[in-house]
Write a protein that binds this ligand. Structure first.
Ligand SMILES: CC(C)(COP(=O)(O)OP(=O)(O)OC[C@H]1O[C@@H](n2cnc3c(N)ncnc32)[C@H](O)[C@@H]1OP(=O)(O)O)[C@@H](O)C(=O)NCCC(=O)NCCS
Length: 218
């Protein structure tokens, strides 16, 4: 059946180093500091946000209160509860049975210490254990070797170079059968052992619907 469903709003997915949880208003200050950071924007092939914090708060409030049915936005906390970044899966398309994954660890103190790999593993488990999607893909800049290594460690395979908007990306993907083959322990565990307590996942998007970032107008 096609139709919009409510995106999960009470996620709490526990990995080995990190917790993925639903976004909250308390995230606004850290998120804003990361969104205006030119280096982080460049690593994400975007432009830094130029809004004032007050203006940004309006968008953040809408994101928290009215989540898109075609995307799931999550905050990344350390196990100790320190907010270090964000992760989302978006452009959820049930006709193509796929979605795109994005991650950004804004707190540089947590780069290259295994946190990104842990987050991506948890997100993949969430997607493959709570939806029927067959494929998760992502684009990362071709020169972002740290990101590519983390994604490969988490189960992604490089597919091909993609040129878009003047950037060169590496397209990477993971398909359900290969993920299941590598995670038999997760499959044999009961549904209660899914990486989180979860609400129903969104199930549909039309081909033309995307989750372009409203702040960037892309
Ligand atoms: C990309 C990102 C999510 C990766 O998460 P992370 O926690 O830093 O990555 P991990 O520590 O799990 O894995 C990175 C691996 O790359 C290695 N690495 C770091 N810099 C590297 C480089 N320049 N070249 C090759 N490998 C590198 C690390 O040593 C580590 O490998 P190891 O575990 O074998 O030692 C995180 O760094 C991040 O968000 N960075 C800023 C934003 C960004 O790059 N966004 C792009 C996302 S598409």
């Amino acid at each position: 059946m096609r139709g919009e469903q409510q995106a999960p709003t009470d996620l709490h997915l526990v990995g080995e180093l990190t917790v993925l949880r639903s976004k909250s208003m308390d995230d606004a200050e850290a998120d804003y500091s990361w969104r205006i950071d030119p280096e982080l924007a460049a690593l994400d092939a975007t432009r830094p946000v130029t809004l004032t914090f007050t203006e940004y708060l309006r968008y953040h409030r809408d994101d928290v209160n009215y989540p898109s049915p075609w995307s799931v936005r999550m905050a990344i906390d350390t196990i100790g509860g320190h907010h270090i970044g964000n992760c989302m899966y978006y452009d959820i398309n049930t006709e193509k049975s796929q979605c795109e994954l994005g991650i950004m660890i804004g707190d540089r103190d947590y780069w290259s210490r295994g946190y990104g790999t842990d987050v991506v593993k948890t997100a993949l488990a969430q997607i493959f254990m709570t939806t029927e999607l067959e494929r998760v893909y992502l684009h990362t800049l071709s020169h972002n070797y740290r990101a590519q290594k983390a994604f490969i460690k988490a189960g992604f395979t490089p597919v091909t170079d993609v040129k878009r908007d003047g950037y060169e990306f590496m397209l990477m993907e993971v398909w359900r059968p290969e993920w299941e083959a590598k995670n038999p322990d997760l499959l044999t565990s009961s549904s209660n052992d899914a990486p989180a307590e979860t609400a129903p996942a969104p199930t549909s998007t039309s081909a033309s619907q995307t989750d372009a970032d409203p702040l960037l107008g892309s």
